[in-house]
Write a protein that binds this ligand. Sequence first.
Ligand code: SAM
Length: 268
Amino acid sequence: MDRPSWAPDDIDLDKPTAARAYDYLLGGAHNFAADREMIRAAMSFMPDLALQAQANRAFLRRAVQYLVDVGVRQFLDIGSGIPTRGNVHEIAQRAAPDARVVYVDIDPVAVSHGRHFLAGNPHTYVLQEDVRNPTDIVKHPDVTDLLDFERPIGLLMVALLHVVPDADDPYGIVAHLRDELSPGSHIVIGHGTHDSRPEEVAKLTAISRQTPTAMSTRTREDVVRFFDGFELVDPGVVWAPLWRPDSPEDVPEDPGRSGNYVGVGRLG
Ligand code: SAM
């Protein structure tokens, strides 16, 4: 297969990754046959997987709009994924053209395409880094050039922490990042769970082991713990479609099928 320009030389096109599989689910074009095959296998027992991804993405959009509305003008989006429609900088810079956004992802395609996509946007930066190295993110000179940690920052970790297993101390990572933030900052979390569909999610988790970032879903109680030290913004930790929907008509009959708990916390 010809290697497209956005696929760095050192990546294995035959091994799926979460970023490219998610891109496929959202209708993007930055994925390979291996990613699509993995998603098709998952859809054989979870046919509404694309709806789950869309519900997660719609939450991200509403949460960023909320942060813009309360005056946040700087964003650190970790596990940002391959740029698609409704990216954080598009939402934030529509309201405030000088809003600053740093995108961080471990996936080389997400970073390579992100840099290409954002060329010419001086208020954005794309960093290739692992969330498990939080100091390398917050102390990176290009990050501190763009973001002022003495002022409020919107820290986004949407559909990210469920690929960080307990052995890698996800709670310690979030606490570390929280301690770098100043009052008025917010954290936005979306997190996959097995609470509503345990059998299907067990199969999905098994399939995710084909990627370098296998899933470790958690319960609602576990997800609430990530907000330690933050005040939860109303309505708290809820199923993705239930977090401040644009219209009651957007809420499906069974919001638990979205498979993701979400929430926004404010640092007092
Ligand atoms: N946040 C976006 C959203 O919700 O639409 C994208 C979510 S996508 C499902 C998860 C992203 O997290 C992928 O792009 C993946 O490469 C990235 N990721 C996985 N493990 C990571 C890690 N240890 N550090 C940074 N990014 C990671």
